[in-house]
Structure formats: C-alpha cells, structure tokens
Design a protein around this ligand. Sequence first.
Ligand code: TRP
Ligand code: SF4
Length: 404
Amino acid sequence: MSGPIQNRRVLSGMRPTGQLHLGNYHGALKNWIELQYQYECFFFIADWHALTTGYHDTSQLEEFVWTMTIDWLAAGVNPGVATLFIQSRVPEHAELHLLLSMITPLGWLERVPSYKDQQEQLADRDLSTYGFLGYPLLQSADILLYRPQYVPVGEDQVAHVEITREVARRFNHIYGREPEFEQKVEKAIKSLGSRNATAYRTLRKEYQEKGAAESLKKARALVESNARLTVADRDRLFGFIEGAGIAVLPEPEVLLTATPKVPGLDGRKMSKSYGNTIGLREDTDSVVRKLRAMQTDPARVRRTDPGDPDKCPVWQLHRIYSSEETQAWVQKGCRSAGIGCLDCKAPLIEKIVEEIGAISKRAQEFEESPELVRGIIAQGVERAREAARDTLDVVRQAVGMNYR
Ligand code: TRP
Ligand code: SF4
C-alpha cells in the first residue's frame, strides 16, 4: 500500500570530516538506522559543505568521503531501504541554491548564530567568503530539494532548519502561484468528502481570520490523514490554508530525538575538535587503553574514596551501554567505594570493544570491495537525482523558467 502518508520523507546529511566516532554513532547514526525503516530516507555526504570551511586543503576530501560512506554502511545504514549519495554528484543542489540565493535577504544569513561563532572559533582561516556566508542557504537547498517532512539533526543545526523554513515560506509567497489554482483547490476540497470538506473550510477560516495556530494544526492534520489525496492536491490544500497559493516547497520540521550525549575521554562532549574521541573502527588495544585512562569523578582520588556517578563521565557511558543490573552495581559500588574505577570500567570496556569490533569487521568487508561501495553510491545518486529533478521541475515552473 502506498500513499502520501507512507511516503513521508526524511533527509539528513553529514560533512565528511574523517573517521566517525562513538559520538556520531550514538548521536546521529543510530537514529538514522531506526528512521530508515519508518520513512523514505535520503542521507547524503555534504562534500560541498566541507569546502565552506575547508576550501584551503582538499587533499583528504576524497578519502574522507569514502571513509564516511563505509562508516555509515558498517554501522547499519541500509542501502536497500535508504538512499545514500554524495551531494556534489547531484548538481541540482547547486541550481536550487542559486535560485534561493536570489530571494534570500543577506541579513538572514548574517544573523545565523554559527556565522559569527565559527568565524571566531576558526580564526586561523579566512572565512569572510561568499560560500561560507551562504552555507546555511546551501543547507536549505539540500533540504528543500527533497521536500522532506522531517530533518533529523542535533541541537547545533536547528537554526539552519529554521532558516530553511523561512526561505521556503518566502519562496512560496513569491512564487506559489499556479494556473487555475482556485479551481484545483475546490476540486481537492470536494474530494475530502462533504464532512471533512466543511471542517477544512471552517478551520481555514478560523486560521485566516484569527490566526489561530491550533486551527492551522488541525487543518493540516485533516489533510495529512487523508491517504487518498495525491501529493499535488495535498500541497494545494496545505498552501490554501495559509494563503492563496500552493506550497511549492513545503516547510520541513526538525526531528530532535532524545539522543544520549556521549561524553568524550576528558568528560567534555565527544568531538573531533576536542581530540577526546573513540573512533568507530579503532583497534581494540587503543580502545582499551583510552577507556582505562578515561576521566572519572575527580573527587575520587584514592580507591577508598567513595565517588559520585553523577560527576563521572564513565557513568554517562554506562547509561548508554549497560544493563540496569550493571548500572545498579555501579551506583552502589561507586558510592560505597566497594568497587574501584577500573572494576567499574571493565564491563563497559567489554561492551564497547564488542560494538566497535563488529562495526570494524563489517567495515573491513566494504573496504575490500570498493566496487560494491561505489555501486551503492551510484545507485543512490540516481535515485536522489530523480527526486531532485521532480522538485526542480516544479520550482522552475513556479519561477517562470520552464521554457519550451
Ligand atoms: N550542516 C550539517 C553539519 O555541519 C550538514 C548538512 C548539510 C545537513 N546539509 C544538510 C544536515 C541538510 C541536515 C540537512 O552537520
Ligand atoms: Fe566513575 Fe565508576 Fe569510578 Fe564511580 S566507580 S567514579 S562511576 S568510574
């Protein structure tokens, strides 16, 4: 069975920055792996984004692209259900970015928090470039090109999805005209059946006259729940609630999932820039060495000092990896000084070594068949381009550039 509801899309991407670590795995990838079985998922490697801050040295870019592809596959991203591709192999991203750049006020880009933040953080690079300023808009194009309903991202990317919504709204406002829109909308409303049609009209009126957000939500839900509508009619009905046009580019929503914060070896958030990571394919000796040396509750100096798991990053890892039983053992043993920190780390080390071992083994298989990996990407690129071309057809027509 297929219909608009079943076809809901999810889109997300990552910059190729080298080997992924446990923070990326628990913070993003595991979530993707679940989503791929619930939605039509598009996951891409944002290689153009890598250039926005790393244009001066691209010597490792290609290596990083393939490493990340293999990390995804080894972690369980399934090319049989999800579409995996490389951004620059789908040039439609660039075309949509260009069209959106025409309608995006500079101020919107200058106001994105990461613009100033990153310039300060990466002070050794010259980031006063056109590409860097435009990077959130490139991200908007990445997203809108696939007209997804959801964009699963971390906290740090929420502002980018927010500007994406603003850009979509502006685009729809300027270009959301369709020949004979009114007649088509009337037909679509009738196809809801008389009861729902009346409800739809009432909710729209409430929203338009009083701006009632609740009515907007209800009207959208009503449209959503009708599985027999075509995608185009659904978009028309969405557009009509808010104005008199079609939502050519529907506004996507952030999908913020309760992902655990993975602590790094020093207790700060695990991040490549802090150098406190455990790699997804790191060898066992190194994983063991790093975990044995990992920061614990600083107040627990001697073996006989009781500790407090709430002040210990190792406990955060137990929360991700350990059974309730083990967790209870940690709590009790730590607070009573009944166990030492190395005792405490032992079951964790075992779990993590096992997890990384399994991922490394699968990664090895992909490393040994580069043809297979290239084939997966080639197929993903094809599928992505098909979806991207569909959107651009509608976009070009809306802008008035669909010359024949
Ligand atoms: N900007 C994201 C990051 O740095 C990567 C990214 C690019 C992305 N385009 C995207 C994420 C579109 C989600 C959707 O992590
Ligand atoms: Fe941390 Fe465990 Fe040591 Fe307690 S016993 S301080 S939880 S490592």
